[in-house]
Write a protein that binds this ligand. Structure first.
Ligand SMILES: O=C(O)CCC(=O)C(=O)O
Length: 277
């Protein structure tokens, strides 16, 4: 049987409602991190994010950007938009390479422990003036995973700053549990479909300004989003999603898994590198 290479990035509300999920934050308890400092671990537990990390030098990220430019041209020629390249590690070897990159995985391992699955890779590519926002949301809220222990590495493919709608976080909101949201399924301007309202009550946003090749890390329960890109510069980020092997996935999402660290856990697939670049 051929394993699927496409998945619905946003599960239905009824499907999510029927799933027993633990969406509380589980702090990292690693007393002997290998690449992070203990202070960084404490900061991640306190604020829900860490930044910046430089994972690729200028030449490496220019090469990756050139690859992404070609991939995007291909998808657009097929009538797809610049947010449609999701679960890309299941179809594209170059993206699988980034998901499994040892420099990235070493940082994630300090936060998530020895058994880690990489299961997500989605390009959020904001074209100049495309009008798309990513409304304030918690990732754990729309993912069919329990317990909520996922970490996202947001890798800047282009420079990202306030001018071209970099991501923004509300620090410390990851400890608040599952927040109430409104559904925006018919709002074409929102890339996702959930919006947490009245955000001011949760604190001031931090803008995630990154140079191409740098990355930030955030907890799946941290409130985050991004505005519309009103500049004349593209803003593309590759989100890489990781979860400890003990996490349970519903809706067949375990089929997306790649074992990036430790022994293969029983529940998850370990998808090989695709032969297509
Ligand atoms: O890239 C963006 O603007 C949003 C990305 C996002 O929501 C995420 O990383 O979970």
């Amino acid at each position: 049987m051929n394993s699927p290479t496409t998945f619905n990035a946003i599960p239905g509300q009824e499907e999510l409602a029927g799933m027993p999920r633990d969406l509380s934050f589980h702090p990292c308890t690693n007393a002997n991190p290998r690449v992070l400092t203990r202070e960084q671990i404490e900061r991640f537990n306190r604020d829900g994010y860490l930044m910046p990390f430089r994972f690729f030098d200028a030449a490496e990220i220019a090469d990756l950007r050139g690859y992404f430019d070609r991939l995007l041209t291909q998808y657009v020629a097929e009538g797809k938009d610049s947010y449609s390249i999701s679960s890309a590690h299941l179809r594209h070897g170059r993206v699988w390479d980034v998901l499994t990159n040892p420099r990235i995985v070493a940082v994630v391992a300090d936060l998530l422990g020895p058994s880690i699955i990489g299961w997500g890779s989605h390009f959020f590519c904001k074209m100049p003036g495309d009008g798309k926002t990513v409304a304030w949301h918690q990732d754990s809220s729309y993912w069919p995973l329990t317990p909520a222990k996922a970490v996202t590495v947001w890798l800047a493919i282009d420079d990202a700053d306030r001018g071209n709608a970099c991501m923004k976080y509300i620090p410390r909101t990851h400890t608040l549990g599952h927040l109430t949201y409104t559904l925006s399924e018919t709002d074409d301007a929102n890339v996702l479909n959930q919006t947490v309202a009245d955000i001011e009550r949760y604190g001031e946003p931090v803008y995630v300004e990154l140079k191409a090749g740098e990355a930030s890390l955030h907890s799946d329960s941290l409130l985050h989003g991004s505005e519309a890109n009103a500049s004349n510069r593209r803003r593309c980020g590759l989100t890489l999603r990781y979860t400890p092997g003990e996490v349970h996935a519903y809706l067949g999402w375990a089929d997306k898994g790649v074992v990036v660290h430790g022994d293969p856990p029983p529940h998850w697939a370990n998808r090989p590198r695709p032969t297509d670049e």
